[in-house]
Design a protein around this ligand. Structure first.
Ligand SMILES: [Ca+2]
Length: 160
């Protein structure tokens, strides 16, 4: 009899605990966020709104790994990317599509018109070079997003 009374006294507590646990259980039942085939969380392919691009015009210069137009530092992605990637267009107009580095080098000392957006560090992230696309103007992930090719098991590690 004592057991029954104890059990009856515990019932509201158990009921209350299951009510409190319900939201957690409901949340646990929701489908998992989308993942890549390797099980990593998928990145959104597009931001909510495309970036508002501004125009920067001036003379292109380079110092080591830093590119500038009239003193403004430019964002072309990490050096491993622009050194080892074939450009998407013949930016320097020499009739050959070379590496991004070679294309940009062909523009040093010339007046270029760039479209892009300034990041928080004041760097101008380049989206077009003289009207030719450099990266997705809709603001999708840049082509250098994610680990470099040699870290993904493709290609040899180039010099940095
Ligand atoms: Ca070229």
């Amino acid at each position: 009899m004592r057991h029954v009374r104890r059990l009856l006294r515990a019932l509201p507590v158990v009921g209350l605990m299951s009510l409190l646990a319900w939201p957690a259980l409901a949340a646990a039942r929701q489908p998992a966020p989308p993942t890549t085939p390797r099980g990593q969380p998928a990145r959104p392919t597009q931001p909510a709104t495309p970036p508002v691009l501004e125009t920067l015009q001036g003379t292109l210069s380079r110092s080591a790994n830093e590119w500038r137009v009239n003193g403004t530092p430019l964002g072309f992605g990490p050096p491993w990317y622009w050194r080892n990637t074939t450009a998407g267009a013949d930016y320097d107009g020499d009739g050959r599509t070379e590496s991004i580095e070679a294309e940009l080098s062909g523009l040093i000392g010339t007046v270029v018109t760039l479209q892009g957006e300034r990041d928080r560090q004041g760097e101008f992230d380049v989206f077009t070079i003289n009207g030719k696309p450099y990266r997705d103007p809709q603001g999708g992930p840049p082509p250098w997003a994610g680990p470099p090719p040699w870290a993904r098991g493709r290609g040899a590690a180039p010099g940095r």
